[in-house]
Design a protein around this ligand. Sequence first.
Ligand code: HEM
Length: 391
Amino acid sequence: MSLQPLSFHVNDPNFYAGDPYPMYKRLREEAPVYWDAKEEIWCITKLSDVQSISRDPTRFRSAHGVLINDRYRKVPKRESILSTDPPYHRQARKLVHAAFTRRRIASLEERVQELVVECLDGIEAGKPVDFAEQVSIPLPILVIAELMGIPREDRTRFQRWSDAVMIAAETQDSGNMQVVSELITYLNGTLEERTKNPGDDLVSTVLATRVNNKSLSHVELIVFCMTLLVAGNETTRTLMSNGLIALADHPEQMAKLVADPSLVDYAVEEMLRYDPPIQSFTRTASEQVTISGTTIEPEQRVVLLYGAANRDTEAFGDNAEHFVVDRTPGRHVTFGYGEHYCIGAMLAKLEMKVLLQELLRRFTHVKRGGTVERTPATLVRGVKTLPLVFS
Ligand code: HEM
């Protein structure tokens, strides 16, 4: 146990851009339910507590917002599926879940493979490459565009709009709101066109889905398309970058994968566990609840620190702090847990798996080729530049 008094501020973007893991360890060991007085929020770091709160949407609500900074704004009703509670959430989730079937995601594999090859063809052995710019940033956007059936000629505009939606989720200035409204106009056109000429894409499927004779309204559909862009983009991008950093920093683990590429599924799970893209989501208590001996009062907020929970030794053993590509997968919470469990988890895993397989076909070594620059943010532990050298 450290002799330094425990002082942690959950709303410090620079904390996540640095190395948050030593502090997560202290929190788990010294105060697994920690009160951040400045932010007025309980910080939850043990895996079992994160799980029990996530599967209890009656006592821990999402409708008041799920981001640390939602405290500072009025969260519009049903802003996205993420900030809704049952019973509405169950209904909305069934509708969109119907579009994310195992079969649909598996059928994308070939196309994802082609897109991965396109991105990797620009990488030369021995030459430094910014992996974020070359692969992690474009790939997830291209895959979502594919999933939504966006025509090739619109992809460049679509990419610009996606970036604006992500920025608008944090700051709403007139410049990016203008771009967001262009996207809404475009999506309106897409919905109109797919209503007349349905295809095999995700938008057509959601349009046609009925649960208890109900479908999503036009506005809900637009919100859903925008949620896909926000939820599926920067997250998958960061999984790719964080996963590659872990490999570059653990050459002995890369060697294991080169020797036995059938370990890729395990390696993807370990990358997800070891350094999760989304660091936290929040909930608001609706009544008094006791978590690990601490009483949480009604209306108080809790923040579920996924990166901390994923290294809980009670769940992952004494080597929980280590990156081990052939670890027997445990139940990490990188995609959340219970009620709001990530709808795109299968897709993100597929993209990472195909990327890793293709990298292993081409290269046997990867190392850092310069300084990795992270983006200071509280939600995603993102990577701005990732210089790597493959050989
Ligand atoms: C590595 C990539 C990803 C990570 C780490 C991630 C993480 C998460 C987490 C932690 C949640 C739970 C939210 C909560 O409990 O409040 C979530 C929900 C969600 N994710 Fe993902 N996600 C990823 C990729 C994707 C992709 C590719 C898509 C879609 C294309 C997607 C769509 C969604 C949606 C729609 C929800 C809301 C589910 C609900 O509220 O019921 N995600 N994601």
